[in-house]
Write a protein that binds this ligand. Sequence first.
Ligand SMILES: [Zn+2]
Ligand SMILES: [Zn+2]
Ligand SMILES: [Zn+2]
Ligand SMILES: [Zn+2]
Ligand SMILES: [Zn+2]
Length: 360
Amino acid sequence: MAADDPSDEEVRAVIGAHLTRFGRRRHPAPALEDLLLTRSHLLEGTITRRTEDRTEQTRHRPGTIDLSDRPTYDVLGDYKLGPGESPLDRPLDLVRRGTVHLRSCDCGNGRRQCADCRGMTYRPCEPAQVCAACQGVTMCTQYLKHGGLPSTPPRPRKPGRADRPEERVTCEGCHTPDSACPGCRGWGKVRCPQCEATGRIPCASCSRTGTVKCTTCEGHGNLTSWTAGRIKWTRHPETITPPVPRPRRIGSELNAGGWQEDRLDTGDPLPGDLSLDQRTALEPHLRHRKDERQRQVVLRRLTVVTARLPGSPHREFYVFRGADGRLRAVGRLSQEGRWKASVIAGAVVALAILVLVLIR
Ligand SMILES: [Zn+2]
Ligand SMILES: [Zn+2]
Ligand SMILES: [Zn+2]
Ligand SMILES: [Zn+2]
Ligand SMILES: [Zn+2]
């Protein structure tokens, strides 16, 4: 039984004071000694476990990595955490002794052939394009005279002005006046604007070097590899199922109650004044879980005394300690009392409506 359990006399006195302040006008004052008192020993709380996870994997990082500040181990499972090593908010990264190696990347020097140009430094392009003015179809009205002649000049011409393609110019292929498309002057093709007839476009991906930085080693040409161990703790908060529920009618008022709080760390025994029932209720929550390393248990206890009068079963009083340590009383109508009150209220409303109807 908790040390701050109020005595029957204290409970009756607090209810008496409560009635003096609030009760007398509406209800006849009950005889305090007739009050039937029932005690509820509320127990609530949380248990927060910290479980541990140890993992090991081979890691590779570009370049030379300085791992000298990381703790080392031979067998990860045997590593003992130091007092300053708390892998709770951040995992603890370790290095297995003798596993750090610097090896060269298969790229050799930190660069790989550019995939866009395959190391050519440029992309091939057509030197000439089909003339936009004649589509390469109606480039010359005397096209038959082009038999045996080359279809493009050694270096394709720049496209000519072709605002009015129906105007014809002297053909450069067959030299016939007023026969050729002004866009291509009879050739049907014009110089490619992308490569300016050079037949190659410089590769932008590699800036015309033919190679790009190796993504595996990030240009370092080598990689550090090691066996990395990691120790990580995870919090698992759990609410303890209250063995005795809060009285429903004052559930929220109890938030401001003067709960007796006990904080237990790993290995601490339960408070000596817990009842056997409470210990039994806590037992399933307190079982040791797999990989559990630490725990914090917070227990909160509060005694609520329910007071009823044999003569007026619809009224209830609840007495419990407030945050200031002093007892306080709360009056409530019971379920039955509420039902009666609502019936009475309904009857009053019905009567009022009847009166209104009759006097019209
Ligand atoms: Zn022609
Ligand atoms: Zn043309
Ligand atoms: Zn081109
Ligand atoms: Zn390239
Ligand atoms: Zn590389």
